[in-house]
Design a protein around this ligand. Structure first.
Ligand SMILES: Cc1cc2nc3c(=O)[nH]c(=O)nc-3n(C[C@H](O)[C@H](O)[C@H](O)COP(=O)(O)OP(=O)(O)OC[C@H]3O[C@@H](n4cnc5c(N)ncnc54)[C@H](O)[C@@H]3O)c2cc1C
Length: 318
């Protein structure tokens, strides 16, 4: 069985869901995942790592963990040392920064934002959306190592079984590019690209204050994030960090609720791979209904509060 080195993000010793999904992607394709973690808290996070099939974790410490180029060089060395056939990172901001550098060290191509990974012959093949989600491409690489970033919320995490053995490596080279500080603007808010439920609003909400009903529905779910169409971001109703679509974020939550959003191709490009899509729009001919699993034709200001009450009732019972 082949090995995949999987970069698993952690913050302060807490494993990020996106990294666990990467491990799931490797295991699902029949590879043995080797977890790689970096920075303060990596050892604690590795100790908490009990995803199925993870027998080995490599923890990086030292100044190089604050440098994407030094860390990428370290990761590439681990891939070589372990004779791995693959390298995976999440398609998060951090993963997108690291993975192309790792691929360059390995003289490999990078498949960005994949939604499928499986073994094919003696290697692997990936699937990823193309042309703003209009086509799904199946791709293989002739490079020795398959390098890819995995779309968030697409791959399953695997149930726990045991704790991996942990190796520690020190990256003493501080690297050329260095992260000197990270400022989180809305630390308490769930990021739209990571949430398992996204409630998005569009111009149909009439004004910025109209998003009150979107926020209430999101908070009734508890684990939901608020998203927005570009039209409302351009109008200044919502921050760009919430924009879903071609020029915003790509999201793939288990549940995506589009409220007062027409369903322009550029919006669909960012949410089409969501698990279940619910559209609420007063125009029965709105294009969003073509990609929706469930559609409600009606006024958002009547439908959404009723939905919020129903979700709150169900949550109270469970
Ligand atoms: C290069 C480029 C990149 C772009 N990138 C993005 C992107 O990343 N993300 C993105 O979203 N867009 C993007 N766009 C813009 C995109 O083309 C659309 O203009 C935009 O998505 C429309 O936003 P909307 O659906 O909120 O507004 P509208 O198209 O105006 O739709 C509003 C909808 O609300 C419905 N509605 C009205 N009142 C109610 C009510 N009371 N209850 C229920 N429904 C109601 C209407 O029937 C309508 O369907 C991009 C465009 C270009 C050219």
């Amino acid at each position: 069985m082949s090995n995949f080195v999987v970069f698993v993000e952690q913050v302060g010793g807490k494993l990020r869901q996106s990294g666990l999904e990467c491990l799931g992607a490797a295991a699902q394709a029949g590879a043995t995942p080797i977890a790689a973690l970096a920075g303060d808290g990596a050892a604690d996070a590795a100790a908490a790592l009990n995803a199925q099939g993870v027998q080995t974790a490599v923890c990086f410490d030292g100044p190089g963990t604050q440098s994407p180029d030094a860390l990428a060089a370290g990761l590439a060395e681990v891939v070589k040392a372990k004779g791995a056939q693959g390298f995976l990172a999440a398609a998060s901001a951090h993963g997108r920064d690291l993975a192309p550098r790792v691929a360059a060290h390995l003289d490999a191509v990078l498949f960005a934002d994949i939604t499928g990974l499986e073994s094919a012959g003696s290697g692997y093949q990936v699937t990823r959306p193309w042309l703003a989600g209009k086509a799904i491409a199946t791709l293989t690489s002739s490079a020795d190592v398959l390098c890819a970033t995995t779309r968030l919320n697409v791959f399953p995490t695997l149930p726990g079984s045991g704790t991996p053995s942990v190796e520690t490596q020190t990256l003493s080279d501080a690297g050329k590019a260095r992260i000197t500080g990270v400022e989180s603007k809305a630390a308490a808010k769930l990021d739209v690209s990571e949430a398992s439920v996204v409630v998005s609003g569009g111009r149909g909400l009439k004004e910025a204050e109209g998003f009150g009903i979107i926020e209430e529905l999101a908070s009734a779910f508890g684990d939901a994030a608020v998203g927005a169409s570009r039209a409302v971001v351009d109008l200044g109703w919502r921050p760009h960090s919430e924009q879903v679509g071609q020029t915003g974020k790509t999201v793939s939550p288990k549940l995506y609720i589009a409220v007062g959003i027409s369903g322009a191709i550029q919006h669909l490009a960012g949410m089409k791979t969501s698990g279940t899509i619910v559209a609420i729009n007063k125009d029965a001919d709105a294009p969003i209904f073509k990609v929706a699993d469930y559609g409600i034709v009606g006024d958002a200001f009547e439908v959404v509060p009723a939905l919020t009450r129903a979700v709150a009732e169900i949550k109270a019972q469970s």
